[in-house]
Ligand binder design. Structure first.
Ligand code: CO
Length: 321
């Protein structure tokens, strides 16, 4: 179990580091996502969830739909959140980077679901400075929290440490995006670790595995849920008779029972139009759950930094360092 967590962490960390070096303005988001997912598989791990890429005011739950024309622009603040698993033992890690490269011209008619500004963002020098500070604040908050984790620490101790570090750096934590406990084949296994103190006296013990993931913003520090969705997870059996929906649900039960998935996973079964059609009844009947896209509620830029850790007697092991 321990070895699998470590191996999943090493692969996640290696892929995360290489991914940050590949991003450049004009690159398609789907190209980075597919590269990340392929690297994870090549290195001998499975995907614990589709690679999430969240640009600027978007915080989470974006992955590319099958034909995605979204591109990165110079100055974007980009969260890359990826998850691996080895035999069900998960590593969950995220990093935030600023996109560099030439300014690109974007045709206004291009639909880019991965950006709410639809391209051509105006980025001033002071915007860029603030984005760098957001990233540093998220990284510092994560490091400070990790430095106090050991057997016997309460969730409230970790939350307060995150909150304090973020506020002291002049920003706000996003209070409704939380760290979480992990278990085998279970990405969110019950405990929540928000970046604001809650008084939660639950105590962590040696061997517990948690992901700590503060989000830092210059905005109000809440998320807003948008109607669109790109990531799903299996919920329950539903009767669909002899339909295509029934076949797809069976396929999901066989291949995606434990971990969230994206439409891209099923392109060998259906083309995009047909897939949308077949998936629709699965969502409306709650056979599968759609994770709605999340943005910072005031539309502000935000940064995220995440590691998975195993609690030890006198400290902790960061599996995704
Ligand atoms: Co996480």
């Amino acid at each position: 179990m321990y070895d699998e967590y470590i191996k999943a962490g090493q692969i996640a960390s290696k892929v995360r580091k290489s991914a940050t070096k590949r991003i450049t303005s004009g690159m398609k988001v789907i190209d980075l996502i597919e590269w990340v997912e392929e690297e994870i598989r090549k290195n001998g791990a499975g995907l614990a969830f589709p690679c999430n890429i969240s640009i600027n005011d978007i915080t989470s739950h974006y992955t590319s739909p099958p034909s995605d024309d979204t591109v990165f622009c110079n100055g974007d603040i980009v969260k890359i959140d990826l998850g691996t698993h080895v035999d069900g033992y998960i590593a969950d890690t995220a990093v935030t980077v600023i996109v560099e490269g030439d300014n690109i011209e974007i045709d206004n008619n291009t639909s880019m679901p991965g950006r709410l500004d639809n391209g051509n963002p105006e980025v001033t020098t002071s915007d860029l400075e603030e984005r760098v500070e957001l990233i540093e604040a998220a990284r510092n908050a994560l490091e400070c929290a990790i430095s106090i984790i050991r057997d016997g620490i309460t969730l409230s101790d970790i939350s307060s440490q995150l909150e304090e570090t973020i506020i002291n750096q002049g920003f706000n934590p996003i209070s409704d995006l939380t760290g979480h406990s992990l278990a085998r084949y279970n990405l969110h296994s019950g405990l929540q670790i928000p970046p604001v103190s809650t008084g939660d006296t639950h105590t962590l013990h040696e061997g517990d595995v948690v992901a700590i993931e503060p989000f830092v913003t210059s905005g109000v520090g809440l998320v807003e849920t948008l109607p669109q969705h790109y990531i799903y997870s299996y919920l329950r059996e539903r009767p669909f008779g002899e339909s295509e929906a029934s076949k797809l649900l069976k396929h999901i039960q066989e291949n995606n029972l434990h971990f969230p998935f994206a439409k891209r996973y099923f392109l060998d079964l259906y083309d995009e139009d047909k897939l949308n059609h077949v998936m629709h009844p699965l969502i409306t009947s709650r056979a599968i759950f759609p994770y709605k896209l999340l943005k910072e509620a005031s539309g502000a830029m935000n940064a995220q930094c995440e590691h998975t850790i195993i609690v030890e007697k006198e400290g902790c092991i960061v599996t995704t360092l």
